[in-house]
Structure formats: structure tokens, C-alpha cells
Write a protein that binds this ligand. Structure first.
Ligand SMILES: [Zn+2]
Length: 251
């Protein structure tokens, strides 16, 4: 059951107090998408994963905290133009993109890439195809930069998990050759679940399929099929948390 509660939060930048809505708990039934987008009911709680200060425009998982450098960026024309441009993408997507910019400025590329991915999901829900592609390309750049900057997980399985998300981002944006290259890397992994997902992605790539697909469409080992689960929700849960679920083979 999804439980949402109101709470007064003071903006870390401008001090304005507003009522925001936190997520106490939710549940998840069924398989995630190949980019690890949660199943219902967690899937429908994205509005509670990001908050926006209506006064200064700070966007964050909780606006009582702001990444380093946020004050300068929030005041910038670039940031305010992104927030205010309703023609570019839906409001929720703009909030996640703004959060992504701020996390990037603060040096947390893992959180920045996850926020960019959430922006793509918000565009998917609004059927804004071009905006979703733009957000996925933005997320791809952040994922790769996170790896290059040493923010990639040192654990081998987590690196594979990150590659699986990247493969789906690349496929959904028609970057098929790059996706195939990363599939080959995953196929060298020992985990049969990861290999099964990579094999399924190769099938989709051969068909030039850019549509959304679920993890349980792959021929996973029987014990790895998805189970219903309830969870204490983590609004804006970081990508590595999602990857952790995959790595722990809870599918
Ligand atoms: Zn504020």
C-alpha cells in the first residue's frame, strides 16, 4: 500500500517553508522494465521522489538539503530557463532534469544520472517521445562520465548492472552499435541472470526495437522470476539501490 504524508520543509537555499508530500511506503508487484523502472505501485509515486521550492526553484529529493554549488546554479538563466520552458518537456521531467543538473554540479554523478533517467520516465508517461530521447541521451553521458571519473562501482557485479541499464538507454535511443558492444561485455559475466538479460537485449537490438520491455521477458533462470514485494519507499532512490536489487537477483 502506498502511504503519502504531508510535511513542512524549509528550503535550504531561500528559507521558504512549503508543504511537501513524502512517501512513507509503497509496494511493487511484478517485473521492472529493462532500465530498472519500478513496477506498480511504486511506479506511480514519482511525484514524491523530487521536490521543488516554489520560491527559488531548488529541485532535490528533499529541498532542506542542497548540493554544493546549488545556490549559484539555481540563480542562473540556464537553470531557470529549463524550469520555465513548458514546451520542452513535462513539469515533472523538468524538475528531475533540474535535480540532475544540481547533483552534477555537486559532483554526484550517480545521483545526477539517476535523476536524468527519472526525467526520461516522466517523459515516457507524458508520451513525449523526443523529450524522452533527449533525457536518455543526457543520462547516458552522465553514466559514462561517472564511470570515467571513478564513481563507477568497484564491485564487478555492480559494474555489470550499470552496463545493463546503459544498454537499455542506448537501445531506447537507437544507439544500437554502442548497445551491442556493451552487451558483449555483460555476456562475459558469470551471473546467468545478467547474461540472460544481455541476450534478450541483443534480440531486441537485432529487431531495431526501441520500445519499453520488462526484465521478465528475458529467459531468466526460474528462481529469478519476479515476486511481489512490499517495501519502505525511498523517494528518489539512488540508481545503485536499484542496481543492488538486480545484483541480489530479486527479480
Ligand atoms: Zn527556495
Amino acid at each position: 500500500m502506498t502511504v503519502i504524508f504531508p510535511l513542512e520543509i524549509k528550503c535550504a537555499l531561500c528559507g521558504t517553508s512549503t508543504t511537501q508530500y513524502g512517501l512513507a511506503s509503497t509496494n511493487e508487484f511484478g517485473s521492472r522494465d529493462l532500465d530498472l523502472r519500478p513496477a506498480q505501485m511504486m511506479r506511480s509515486t514519482m511525484h514524491n521522489w523530487v521536490q521543488q521550492c516554489p520560491n527559488c526553484g531548488l529541485c532535490a529529493a528533499s529541498i532542506d538539503k542542497a548540493p554544493a554549488g546549488a545556490a549559484e546554479l539555481v540563480r542562473s538563466p540556464r537553470y531557470q530557463a529549463l524550469l520555465g520552458d513548458a514546451t520542452r518537456m513535462p513539469q515533472l521531467a523538468r524538475w528531475f532534469r533540474a535535480q540532475s543538473l544540481l547533483e552534477e554540479r555537486g559532483g554526484d554523478l550517480a545521483s545526477a544520472s539517476h535523476a536524468a533517467l527519472c526525467a526520461a520516465w516522466a517523459c515516457d508517461d507524458a508520451r513525449e517521445t523526443e523529450a524522452a530521447i533527449d533525457c536518455r541521451n543526457h543520462a547516458i553521458g552522465l553514466f559514462v562520465r561517472a564511470a570515467d571519473s571513478g564513481q563507477s562501482p568497484t564491485d564487478g557485479s555492480e559494474r555489470v548492472g550499470r552496463n545493463l541499464v546503459l544498454i537499455d538507454l542506448l537501445r531506447r535511443t537507437s544507439r544500437f552499435d554502442e548497445a551491442r558492444t556493451r552487451c558483449q561485455l555483460v555476456l562475459e559475466a558469470a551471473d546467468p541472470t545478467h547474461r540472460a538479460i544481455a541476450q534478450y537485449q541483443l534480440t531486441l537490438l537485432d529487431a531495431a526495437d526501441t520500445a519499453v520491455h520488462r526484465v521478465d521477458e528475458a529467459k531468466l533462470p526460474e528462481s529469478k522470476l519476479p515476486k511481489a514485494r512490499a517495501t519502505k519507499a525511498r523517494p528518489g532512490a539512488r540508481l545503485l539501490g536499484f542496481l543492488g536489487r538486480l545484483i541480489r537477483a530479486r527479480w
